[in-house]
Ligand binder design. Structure first.
Ligand SMILES: [Zn+2]
Length: 318
């Protein structure tokens, strides 16, 4: 028998139907959507160094890989590098190094900014901390990379401290109120290093840069004042640097000044994400996840570092 409904009953029936649909929709979302905060697409990465060539050594390879895939990378040098040379200094050197950094960025397709703080005199002041907070916020960073705060060079050490000190403040709206705060804390990473006190670097994420190794060398090659003049001079090797541009670039690809070697203790993280392919990897960049930013799970790491092969099959599952 067909029941005739009054308009009120019909509205109630529609509301019930809608409420049920809404409950189902929300429940589906809860189960289907993984509890991973929304990321920028493309991924946005900002890396800090004390000097205009530091970021390049630690993350030039992954930066080239991100850029090639259409992701956004910015390198920021907290000082203008105006003390890093045996004969040039001051404004003349700062100008040269800024031009070298711009050229390095251009060669791999990323932005490169050099701030005007003096080289060799960087301190973890509130003013520089606020510069760092602004940079991270303006870039809307998903990933922030910086040196660890234990290092031989005070500028490196304080760059580590400054970024560490910014790594919660970037989400606090009442601080540095001229630049909108981020909605969520980025993932903060450290570059690799060889210092062991108070504790050694831990390789959490290791990325093969074999495909872009030449690109990384081409990027480093732009810093003529550093890799061919100043750094060799500091270790008594200035006379050994070839004068010919092609020959010196080849030399750069073999010197520890230009290339951080893949360390045996990075192998475990490499194998975890590359499986059997890990054995063939020759050049890599490694990063440690700091305790002060967002802590990404494996799924998020794979989204933020879209370079790894699909999860390797575990033994026995084939
Ligand atoms: Zn440096």
């Amino acid at each position: 028998m067909l029941m005739m409904r009054s308009p009120n009953q019909r509205v109630t029936a529609i509301s019930c139907h809608y409420a049920l649909w809404l409950v189902c929709f929300v429940a589906t979302l809860l189960f289907v959507a993984p509890p991973i905060p929304a990321q920028n697409q493309p991924v946005r990465v900002i890396a800090f160094g004390a000097h205009p060539d530091d970021c390049d050594q630690g993350a030039g390879g992954v930066a080239a890989m991100y850029a090639a895939l259409g992701h956004k990378v910015k390198f920021v040098s907290l000082t203008n590098g105006d003390a890093g040379h045996q004969t040039q200094h001051g404004e003349e050197l700062a100008k040269r190094r800024r031009a070298e950094a711009q050229e390095a960025g251009r060669r791999i397709g990323i932005e490169y900014e050099v701030l005007d703080n003096h080289d060799g005199k960087l301190l973890p002041t509130l003013e520089v901390r606020e510069q760092v907070i602004r940079e991270i916020r303006q870039w809307k960073a998903d990933i922030v990379i910086a040196p660890r705060p234990n290092d031989y060079h005070p500028d490196h050490r304080y760059t580590g401290v400054l970024v560490q000190d910014a790594s919660y403040m970037v989400i606090v709206p009442s601080l540095v109120a001229d630049t909108p705060a981020l909605k969520q804390n980025p993932v903060f990473l450290y570059y690799s290093d060889r210092f062991t006190r108070p504790q050694p670097f831990r390789a959490d994420i290791v990325v093969s840069i074999d495909d872009v190794f030449d690109k990384k060398i081409t990027m480093l090659d732009a810093h003529v004042s550093q890799f061919y003049e100043w750094l060799p001079w500091t270790v008594g090797q200035f006379e050994q640097v070839p004068k010919d541009p092609t020959a010196r670039k080849k030399w750069l690809a073999t010197t520890p000044m230009g290339v951080r070697k893949l360390q045996p203790e990075w192998r475990e993280a490499l194998e975890k994400r590359y499986g059997p392919q890990a054995a063939r990897v020759q050049h890599a960049e490694a990063f440690e996840i700091t305790e002060y930013g967002r802590q990404p799970g494996e799924e998020e790491i794979r989204k933020l570092f879209p370079f790894f092969p699909a999860m390797p099959l575990s033994r026995g599952s084939r």
